[in-house]
Design a protein around this ligand. Structure first.
Ligand code: PSU
Ligand code: MN
Length: 297
């Protein structure tokens, strides 16, 4: 069922470290043509740390783990790549459709492919107003049920951060701050919420990952929160957030369109700032995920 890139196939054969990368960031999270350049750069960063990059996507119904250059280009440039979560996989595969995978779907496929480490930008979570809309990302349940370690920069403040942290607790998903005790807010280093467990080296994270197995808690994922090295200015962030949320409401944007709409709103209205921070986050998370994968060997 799975097509591996040459590079990922050979890493699997040699037992060398592999890092899964999601494709929704590329097709729905970043504007063209920057998206392709960033995707290529991120893969290079993973390689520079001694791991093989496995960008995951669905192309004409085939599940791809690791993309060849022309395939990555298709994900970045073609309009007909839908945003796929776990529930869409069998339908898209049967209908021979193309799709980018969310954190939930990427973790799911990574696990099928025997890959344990995954880098993304921000997690999905509980949306503001979820007590009425019931909008909670499938990422949370996937993290609870999928043994994949995800490195992220926390969640965006477009979400209800407090509710998201509560749900992670209820779902028993371990949460680790990398060199921080503050839960990062994607564009911001500190969302205003704290993290109980701080860890300072990739080695220690790899040890935690392995220790789960002896304790019978190896069925869930682990979230590593890695704050952005270069945060957005607070005032600009506040302004964009309020305007973006108001626009979402005014235009009646709902369901899976909410996250891409807000991301695009930030990119169009921040004079390049949100894009700059977003790119730094993906790079820094990919590097850390590769370091953890290498340390876990
Ligand atoms: N958060 C970001 N950037 C993103 C996403 C989330 O900061 O690109 C994407 C990820 O693919 C994530 C998905 O899994 O959005 C969550 O979407 P939803 O809220 O519809 O579950
Ligand atoms: Mn949703």
């Amino acid at each position: 069922m799975i097509h591996y890139s040459t590079e990922v196939a050979s890493a699997k054969k040699n037992g060398s470290p592999i890092v899964a990368l999601e494709s929704t960031i590329i097709s729905h999270g970043l504007p063209r043509p920057k998206n392709l350049a960033v995707a290529l750069e991120v893969e290079e960063i993973v390689r520079s740390e001694g791991a093989a990059p496995a960008t995951i996507a669905i192309i004409e119904g085939e599940i791809h783990v690791g993309l060849e250059a022309n395939e990555l280009e298709r994900v970045a440039n073609e309009e007909d790549f839908v945003k796929a979560s776990i529930r869409d996989l069998a339908i898209l595969a049967t209908k021979r459709k193309s799709a980018a995978t969310t954190v939930a779907a990427t973790s799911h496929i990574a696990h099928l492919a025997g890959i344990e480490f995954f880098a993304t930008g921000g997690l999905g979570g509980v949306h503001r107003g979820a007590s009425e809309s019931w909008d909670e990302s499938a990422d949370l349940l996937a993290l609870a049920n999928t043994p994949v370690l995800v490195v992220c920069a926390g969640v965006k403040s477009i979400l209800d951060i407090s509710a998201t942290l509560e749900r992670l607790e209820t779902l028993s998903v371990p949460l680790i701050g990398y060199k921080t005790s503050k839960f990062p807010g994607f564009y911001l280093q500190d969302s205003g919420y704290s993290i109980e467990h701080r860890v300072d080296t990739p080695r220690e994270i790899a040890d935690i990952w392995r220790t789960r197995i002896g304790l019978g808690v190896e069925k869930s994922g682990v979230v590593v929160a890695n704050p952005t090295p270069t945060p957005m200015e607070l005032g600009l962030h506040e302004r964009l957030l309020n305007e973006g949320l108001a626009q979402t409401k005014a235009r009646g944007i709902i369901g899976k369109e909410v996250t891409p709409f807000l991301l695009e709103f930030f990119h169009l209205n921040s004079g390049g700032e949100s894009l700059r921070v977003n790119v730094e986050i993906i790079k820094s998370n990919s590097r850390l995920a590769a370091q953890i994968a290498a340390a876990a060997r």
